[in-house]
Write a protein that binds this ligand. Structure first.
Ligand SMILES: NC(=O)C1=CN([C@@H]2O[C@H](COP(=O)(O)OP(=O)(O)OC[C@H]3O[C@@H](n4cnc5c(N)ncnc54)[C@H](OP(=O)(O)O)[C@@H]3O)[C@@H](O)[C@H]2O)C=CC1
Ligand SMILES: CC(=O)[C@@H](O)[C@H](O)COP(=O)(O)O
Ligand SMILES: [Mn+2]
Length: 380
C-alpha cells in the first residue's frame, strides 16, 4: 500500500492521479491533498477519498470546510502546500500544482525523504540545480510524470546514461500547429485552448501553443537526465504517439509509444519499477493510426523555444526569469489583457532586462522570481 500526498488534486493531472488511485484501491491511498480555489470539486473529492489532511488556497475556505468535515485536518495557503508535501504517512508526493509555487513544497518533501512524482515542470525550470542537489543529497527517487520525460525514463530502463547520444523530444505543435506566424495575430483564448491531442489545464495548453511548453521541457530534460543542451533536440510530431526518444552512441534509437493518455506516465511514476494494468486506457492500434508525421522545428515560428534554449544555456537565473515572465504573460493572455503574440514579447523583454546571477541560492531565485513577476506586471 502506497500513501500519497497530492498537490493540485482538482487539476487535470490531479484528477487523473485520483482516477488511478480509484482503479487500484489495494495499492494506493490518498493520505493528503491540496486544492486551489475549486472548493466544489474539493468537497466531492474529500467525500470520496477521505484524505487525512487537506490544504486549500484561502483561510475562509479552510474554516468553512472544517465545519463540514470535522474529522479532517485542514490547512491553507503557501505553507499548507508544504504540510501536505511532507505529510508523515505519505511516502510519495505527486506534485501536480501549476507554476513555480510548487518549488518549495518539493524541496521540503525531498528533505523529508519522500519520493517525488513530478508533473510540475516549473519547479525544475526555476531551480533545477537546487532540486537536483537536494535529490542527490537525500537519495530520493525523482520520477518524471511529464509524458516526454516519462518516455525517456522508460526508454532508459536497462541502459546507462553515459551511452546516450542525444534526447529527442517530440512536440505536437499545439493548437496552432498548422498556422503560419502571421495567422497568429488575432487568435482568441478559445482558439488557443483547443489542443489537438491532449486535454490539459489552461496554462500548459497555452504553453503548448506558444511552444514554451517544449522549451520548459528541454530545461526539465537537461536537469532530470543530466544532459547538455546541445544534446537535446525537438522534433515536430503532430500525432503525439511517440512520446520521446533516445538516440544512443551506436545510433540505435529507443522510443516510447502510446495513445495520448497522461494516466499512463502518472501510473508508471506511482508503480515504478513495476507496472499495473490500466483497464480504461486505450491500447495503441498502429494500423488504425496509419501514418506518423515528423517535421523539423522552426525556431522563428516558435520563438519561445529559442528563448528557452538560450535561457537554459546561459544558466544562472535566466531560466527563473523565463518561467516567471511566462507565467505572468500567459495569465494575462488568459484574462484577455494581451494578445497571443504579446506573450513572447513580454518574455523577451524580461530576459533582455535581466542581469543574471550565477549559481543562485534559493533566496536569490525567489527574489528574481518575484522581481520578474512585478516587472512583467508593470509592463502590462
Ligand atoms: N495536464 C497535463 O496533461 C500535463 C501537465 N503537466 C504539468 O503539471 C502541472 C499541472 O498541470 P495541470 O494539471 O494541467 O494544471 P491545472 O490548471 O489543471 O491544475 C492545477 C492545479 O493546481 C492548483 N493551483 C493552481 N494555482 C495554485 C496556487 N497558486 N496555489 C495552490 N494551488 C494552485 C489548482 O487548483 P484549483 O483548480 O482548485 O484552483 C489545480 O488543482 C503543470 O506544471 C503542468 O505543466 C505536465 C504534463 C502534462
Ligand atoms: C501531455 C504532456 O506531457 C504535455 O506536456 C504535452 O507534451 C503537450 O504537448 P505539446 O507541448 O507537445 O503540444
Ligand atoms: Mn509534456
Amino acid at each position: 500500500m502506497k500513501y500519497i500526498s497530492l498537490l493540485g488534486a482538482t487539476g487535470s493531472i490531479g484528477t487523473q492521479t485520483l482516477d488511478i488511485i480509484k482503479e487500484h484501491p489495494t495499492e494506493f491511498v490518498l493520505a493528503a491533498m491540496s486544492v486551489g480555489r475549486n472548493i466544489d470539486l474539493a468537497r466531492k473529492l474529500i467525500a470520496e477519498f477521505h484524505p487525512e489532511l487537506v490544504c486549500v488556497l484561502n483561510k475562509e475556505d479552510a474554516d468553512s470546510l472544517r465545519l463540514e468535515f470535522p474529522e479532517i485536518k485542514f490547512t491553507y495557503g503557501f505553507e499548507g502546500l508544504s504540510e501536505v508535501a511532507v505529510y508523515k504517512k505519505s511516502t510519495i508526493l505527486v506534485n501536480a500544482v501549476m507554476g513555480s509555487v510548487g518549488l518549495e513544497p518539493t524541496l521540503h518533501a525531498i528533505e523529508a525523504g519522500k519520493a517525488i512524482a513530478l508533473a510540475n515542470k516549473e519547479t525544475l525550470v526555476t531551480a533545477g540545480h537546487i532540486v537536483m542537489n537536494a535529490v542527490r543529497r537525500n537519495q530520493v527517487p525523482l520520477l518524471p510524470v511529464d509524458s516526454e520525460h516519462s518516455a525517456i525514463f522508460q526508454a532508459l530502463q536497462g541502459e546507462f546514461e553515459k551511452n546516450i547520444g542525444k534526447l529527442i523530444l517530440t512536440a505536437s505543435g499545439g493548437s496552432f500547429r498548422d498556422r503560419k506566424r502571421r495567422e497568429l495575430e488575432n487568435v482568441t483564448v478559445q482558439d488557443a485552448l483547443n489542443h489537438p491531442n491532449w486535454s490539459m489545464g489552461a496554462k500548459i495548453t497555452i504553453d503548448s501553443a506558444t511552444m514554451m511548453n517544449k522549451g520548459l521541457e528541454v530545461i526539465e530534460a537537461h536537469w532530470l537526465f543530466d544532459i547538455p543542451y546541445e544534446k537535446i533536440d525537438v522534433v515536430l510530431h503532430k500525432e503525439s504517439i511517440i512520446h520521446s526518444m533516445i538516440e544512443f552512441h551506436d545510433s540505435s534509437v529507443m522510443a516510447q509509444l502510446g495513445t495520448p493518455d497522461m494516466r499512463v506516465p502518472i501510473q508508471y511514476a506511482l508503480t515504478y519499477p513495476d507496472r499495473l494494468p490500466l483497464k480504461t486506457a486505450q491500447t495503441l492500434n498502429l494500423a488504425k493510426v496509419g501514418q506518423l508525421h515528423f517535421a523539423e522545428m522552426d525556431f522563428e515560428r516558435f520563438r519561445c523555444l529559442k528563448f528557452a534554449y538560450d535561457a537554459g544555456i546561459a544558466g544562472g537565473t535566466f531560466p527563473t526569469v523565463l518561467n516567471a515572465a511566462n507565467e505572468i504573460a500567459v495569465e494575462a493572455f488568459l484574462k484577455g489583457k494581451i494578445t497571443f503574440l504579446q506573450i513572447e514579447d513580454l518574455i523577451e523583454n524580461a530576459l533582455t532586462y535581466h542581469q543574471s546571477i550565477m549559481e543562485p541560492s534559493l533566496a536569490e531565485i525567489k527574489a528574481v522570481d518575484d522581481e520578474t513577476r512585478k516587472y512583467v506586471n508593470s509592463l502590462l
